[in-house]
Design a protein around this ligand. Structure first.
Ligand SMILES: Cc1cc2nc3c(=O)[nH]c(=O)nc-3n(C[C@H](O)[C@H](O)[C@H](O)COP(=O)(O)OP(=O)(O)OC[C@H]3O[C@@H](n4cnc5c(N)ncnc54)[C@H](O)[C@@H]3O)c2cc1C
Length: 258
């Protein structure tokens, strides 16, 4: 299988760097082909702007969505964007690996998403009507592929527990797992999260490697998070709210999980 690791940490000798190297080796030893987009090493341009289209007209008003749509359709995207899209098409599984920075992904990775997820590639795909609201949330260009987050946090596991002050980790990661991965169609596996990173010695590091190794071995058999597909009847269209008889007593993120 083909695995793409999109990796965002500025220091190769970091915990994240060590775990990324470990993952590459574990996957390759199992016979998979691995590509790594090491965003800092690539000097990835994080900001979406008018230079992302090769057909940029000086002085023309820049429209982030429509310029993206046109450049994608005409094959006139900046080369770095097109190359990352090609890697996504190639991949059977995608791993996003990053330290949690301010409750989200580092800006360089967010910028990868913003630029690589072009209009017509990751969004604005499929029929929009009163019966369907595009190919998204369970359908889309990434359908049939798997995705998983590998995330490190300074905070303790209890800080991210159901009543922890940081909010439950599943809620913190919901915008990434549901909004960025499930939206274009990935099957999203439960995340691999390493908490309390300031307390990692050799013994704990070995345990973390073991646990991560098992998750990588099981990449093709782990059950995805059962997010509710948008166009399969659970949602009223075009309001896109859950039908009143679906999870009637639930609100918030968890209501979107079967
Ligand atoms: C801007 C910013 C925002 C942040 N926001 C948040 C937030 O919102 N929530 C939150 O919880 N945390 C937050 N943090 C903390 C952050 O998530 C952690 O610092 C990060 O996850 C640690 O990952 P690292 O790869 O940088 O670890 P490192 O600092 O590189 O390593 C952590 C520990 O692992 C050990 N280690 C590393 N490699 C090895 C190895 N090969 N073998 C054995 N031990 C090893 C190191 O000795 C060290 O003790 C933030 C940090 C920053 C800088």
């Amino acid at each position: 299988m083909n695995v793409l690791i999109v990796y965002a940490h500025p220091e190769p000798r970091s915990l994240n760097g060590s775990l990324k190297d470990f993952s590459v080796k574990r996957l390759e030893d199992a016979g998979h082909i691995v590509q790594v987009s090491d965003l800092y090493a690539m000097n990835w341009k994080a900001s979406l702007d008018a230079n992302d289209s090769l057909d940029r007209q000086p002085g023309a008003r820049f429209d982030p969505s429509l310029d993206s749509k046109r450049a994608f359709k005409d094959g006139r995207q900046s080369q770095d964007i097109a190359l990352e899209q090609e890697k996504l098409r190639w991949a059977d599984a995608v791993i996003l690996q990053f330290p949690l920075w301010w409750f989200s992904m580092p800006a360089i990775l967010k910028g990868w998403v913003e630029r690589v997820y072009a209009y017509g590639f990751a969004y604005g795909v499929g029929e929009h009507s009163d019966a369907r609201w595009g190919d998204r949330y369970g359908e889309g260009s990434m359908a049939g592929k798997r995705a998983m987050l590998v995330v490190t946090t300074g905070g303790w596991e209890s800080h991210y527990s159901p009543r922890g002050i940081n909010g439950p980790i599943d809620d913190v990661l919901f915008p990434i797992q549901h909004g960025i991965l499930y939206y274009p169609g990935f099957d999203v596996l439960p995340p691999f999260v390493i908490h309390r990173t300031s307390r990692i010695d050799e013994a704990r590091f070995a345990g973390v490697q073991d646990a991560l190794g098992k998750r990588l071995d099981d990449l093709w058999k782990t059950a995805p998070i059962p997010f509710r597909p948008q166009n399969a009847g659970a949602y009223d269209i075009p309001a896109l709210t859950l039908r009143s008889d679906v999870a009637a007593d639930q609100i918030g993120f968890s209501a979107h999980i079967e």
